[in-house]
Design a protein around this ligand. Sequence first.
Ligand code: RP5
Length: 181
Amino acid sequence: QNGKKVFGKSSKPQKPMTAKDTPLVAVLMGSDSDLPKLSGGLDILAQFKVPYTTRVTSAHRTPKAMAQFAETAADRGIEVILAAAGGAAHLPGMVAAYTSLPVIGIPIKPSLGDGMDSVLSILNMPKGVPVATVSLNNGHNAALLAVRILGIKYPIMRERYEAFMVESEKGVLAKDSRMEE
Ligand code: RP5
């Protein structure tokens, strides 16, 4: 591509993706009480300059709005959905029922119990309705997985991810060498 960065599969050189572009990732949460647990993931999306939108939508409290969002997300340019929920964590699975987009579920630790109910209600989906599941409160990994998925289509995202891996490796090696001293 004449050394220029490209956006998507177009052969025309295009500007690098920035956080101000039309959102490609939607971060849904069942309640605004989930938001503090998602800050690590939102930081990752910002670090990679992924254009994203955040929404509070609940499988139980706002089922119609949730369905409407999920059904129309792809037409509005969303390519990956992150969905966080705790306790009776039905949001990721219900969103996956209404869209063919990839859905990454983030189990949130509820106020009662150790959070395994959140993990299992997202992980234990019926065959035919897949939801990728990260560990408890791990919006960080959900966001990184979203960047990897975007990297299939957007070379700039793959480049950023590969640079991130190099930095991450350097960080661990530096810690290792400090321990050796
Ligand atoms: C779920 O219920 C939400 O995802 C949240 O984790 C949990 C509790 O919600 P609030 O009672 O704090 O609004 O739907």
